[in-house]
Design a protein around this ligand. Structure first.
Ligand SMILES: Nc1ncnc2c1ncn2[C@@H]1O[C@H](COP(=O)(O)OP(=O)(O)OP(=O)(O)O)[C@@H](O)[C@H]1O
Ligand SMILES: [Mg+2]
Length: 271
């Protein structure tokens, strides 16, 4: 049995590269020989589309359906009913119905553990489970934080916001105190970087000042390149779309950093 790590990719801001990171980090880990499951936890279903599912809204068994069964106390069907297998990695897809789940969670006793109930038994089958979230600190994101071992926070220089990061960190701390004591911040990931620009240097300096020695910033930075969007659009990972592109190399490096990170030192949020 593999020692499974569940990672949530989260940021309160929209468009920071969460889905792109979930998709491509997942693919890089799978290329490295790990069994990887992607969990699409955003009603926008961009991760499902990046996986090659063209019309998620036509799916009949999605994250919403399986979580509804859990909330009803019903027995789950065989995993083959709700996990889709790709060439290298698997996914539990989502569609717009996940926004109904969010409403239903409001009235559910202990509802914050619903995703955890789904994923915990799947640890036996995977080396990594990566959860993509929506850009709000609502009940869906709380569920994803409750279900994971660590969090990767993508931040793009164009959208850098200390307030957004502070809000997310406070939520993570609250989740750690009340729901999931094992959660820690894996690191902040700079995405869509154009290192030649003044904007990049200014944003990096602000982020360094914010994180100091309290929060890890990944050494890997994801460069800005149109190839990432083209790969998303084609429903394949950047590794499959353009293996030699800078973004593919960067996501492989990120995977090595994630594998090498043993969960010690500054990245935890106990303080
Ligand atoms: N490294 C990159 N270089 C260029 N474009 C990128 C890069 N990473 C992501 N993008 C593009 O930026 C946009 C936002 O990326 P993505 O969908 O991953 O963000 P997100 O945080 O998941 O957004 P949301 O908050 O809406 O879920 C997409 O159009 C994507 O193709
Ligand atoms: Mg997204």
């Amino acid at each position: 049995m593999e020692n499974c790590k569940i990672i949530t990719v989260a940021s309160q801001k929209g468009g920071t590269g969460k889905t792109t990171t979930a998709c491509n980090l997942g693919a890089a880990l799978a290329n490295g020989g790990y069994r990887v499951l992607l969990a699409d936890f955003d009603p926008q279903s961009n991760l499902s589309m990046s996986f090659g599912i063209e019309r998620p809204d036509e799916l009949t068994m999605t994250m919403h359906d399986v979580l509804s069964l859990i909330m009803d106390g019903a027995e789950l069907p065989n995993t083959s009913e709700y996990i889709r297998h790709g060439d290298k990695l698997d996914i539990i897809p989502s569609n717009i119905n996940l926004s109904i789940t969010e409403i239903n969670l409001r009235n559910e006793l202990g509802g914050e553990h619903t995703l955890s109930e789904l994923l915990e038994p799947l640890r036996a089958d995977y080396g990594y489970i990566i959860i993509d979230t929506n850009p709000y600190l609502g009940l869906l994101t709380i569920n994803a934080l409750a279900a994971c071992d660590s969090v990767i926070i993508p931040a793009s220089p164009q959208l850098w916001s200390a307030t957004g990061l502070t809000d997310l960190l406070q939520t993570i701390l609250k989740v750690k105190r009340k729901i999931n004591p094992r959660i820690e911040v894996e690191g902040v990931l700079l995405t869509m970087c154009d290192e030649r620009t003044r904007l990049f240097r200014d944003a990096k300096a602000l982020l360094d000042g914010f994180c100091e020695d309290k929060l890890r910033i990944f050494n890997t930075r994801i460069p800005s390149t149109v190839k990432v969007g083209e790969a998303n659009y084609s429903g394949v990972s950047i590794m499959d779309f353009a293996a030699k592109s800078k973004a593919a190399i960067a996501y492989n490096e990120l995977a090595r950093e994630v594998i090498g990170y043993a969960g010690s030192n500054k990245a935890n949020t106990t303080t």
